[in-house]
Write a new protein. Structure first.
Length: 414
């Protein structure tokens, strides 16, 4: 094992033993191989730095690097945005510890030689985020490497395997050029991603959201504190905001849209799918603390004569979120609300049973103008997981879920 701190500024000698310069930078090329040290940037005085490829390195040791080729075979260094540089992009930078689901700062990187294609390659194996890495950098050049290694054995070790690391890239152009595989961050639970986002600096928050697909970004953003949600969206491209809002539950998307500046909200709506934009515009007409402001238009409804088999088939093709689906609402052809059937009753009924025969004994509902307190009191009194909302003509226009109510109560306590 060799530490990056020990390798940076090491003396470099070519195959003939001639001094070439000192290691100024180590570069990874993620598009080729995510952990391999692919290039060494070698500097000497005022001369243009040179680059040694990984296959031109014969051996490395603390303070010394030997090449298997002559200096004339090295090429001049030209910056490449597709390269991930250790000194510039990683040391002292914040990264995401996927395994620990938190944000940490890089103190050092640990490298190891691994066999590949008949030769040894230098690979990043873990990131040091503890006191040992910080001490190595602090004492470098002050005391001998051997003394530092002896001292660090007595210190607690805090390292993260490289495969559990997600690099935060704040430059949009770099994110494109690096061509990294799908972000490991997207594999975490949205609530964990939200915790990570809240721990980051503003520029890095946007970078994390940009690294996620629209669906994951929407779920994660839904877990972030309300005031922070608005700030993050305000810093993103309008098209990206539209993509994210399209993936959110309509009621949450409408609440966010209402907090954005009017001009921004208008631009975002123009970039959205027409039907979804129309849904949001309709929800924005209701006051925030009313049933209309709490409800989502996403629900599942059928007529009384629909059979269990027909309803099940329609459910399979429905876009309504399975996580929030606990009731099938019964309506007339003109959408007037008639009743409700708990989904559990469908599972126990014969396929040919009309839904009208399975309706709940008591139908509880509110109109769009009902106040938030009335909604909460009804859901608490009748132990409801969802509450239908009707307009002035008794037509079903939306549903309020228990999650919506709990979220509102949580916000009120902040």
């Amino acid at each position: 094992m060799i530490h990056v701190t020990e390798l940076l500024d090491s003396s470099v000698y070519d195959a003939q033993g001639n001094y070439v310069g000192r290691v100024r930078e180590l570069c990874l090329v993620p598009a080729e191989q995510p952990s391999r040290v692919a290039r060494l940037v070698i500097a000497r005085g005022k001369y243009q730095p040179l680059v040694a490829r990984y296959d031109q390195v014969a051996s490395v040791a603390p303070g010394t690097v030997r090449l298997n080729t002559g200096e004339l075979q090295l090429v001049p260094y030209l910056p490449d945005e597709a390269w991930l540089t250790v000194r510039k992009d990683l040391l002292d930078q914040q990264i995401i510890d996927i395994h620990g689901r938190k944000v940490v700062r890089v103190n050092d990187l640990d490298l190891a030689e691994q066999p590949a294609d008949g030769r040894m390659e230098l690979r990043v194996v873990q990131v040091d985020v503890g006191l040992a890495g910080a001490l190595r950098r602090l004492l470098k050049g002050v005391v001998s490497p051997g003394w530092i290694r002896s001292l660090q054995k007595r210190l607690p070790t805090r390292v993260i395997p490289w495969e559990f690391v997600d690099v935060i890239e704040t430059d949009p152009l770099r994110r494109v050029k690096l061509k990294l595989e799908h972000s490991k961050l997207g594999q975490l639970h949205p609530a964990d991603i939200a915790d990570i986002i809240e721990a980051l600096a503003p520029a890095e928050r946007g970078a994390v959201i940009e690294a996620l697909d629209a669906s994951t970004a929407a779920e994660a953003l839904g877990e972030v504190k309300d005031d922070l949600q608005v700030r993050i969206l305000g810093e993103l491209d309008k098209g990206r905001v539209a993509d994210i809002l399209e993936q959110m539950p309509p009621d949450e998307a409408a609440d966010l849209l209402a907090e954005l500046p009017a001009e921004t909200a208008t631009e975002v709506l123009q970039d959205m799918n027409r039907q979804e934009a129309r849904e949001l515009q309709e929800l924005l007409q209701f006051e925030e603390n009313t049933a209309g402001g709490l409800m989502t238009p996403e629900l599942f409804a059928c007529t009384e004569t629909t059979t269990v088999a027909q309803a099940a088939a329609a459910l399979r093709g429905s876009e309504v979120s399975v996580d929030s689906l606990d009731t099938v609402y019964l309506i007339q052809d003109d959408k007037v609300l008639l009743g409700a059937v708990p989904v559990g009753r469908l599972l126990r009924a014969a396929p040919e049973t009309p839904l009208g025969q399975l309706r709940a004994e008591q139908l509880v509902f509110v109109d769009t103008e009902a106040r938030e307190k009335q909604v909460i009191d009804l859901m608490d009194k009748y132990n409801l997981r969802s509450l239908p909302v009707v307009d002035a003509e008794q037509k079903l226009v939306g549903v309020i879920t228990v999650d919506d109510v709990l979220n509102r109560l949580w916000q009120a306590r902040q």
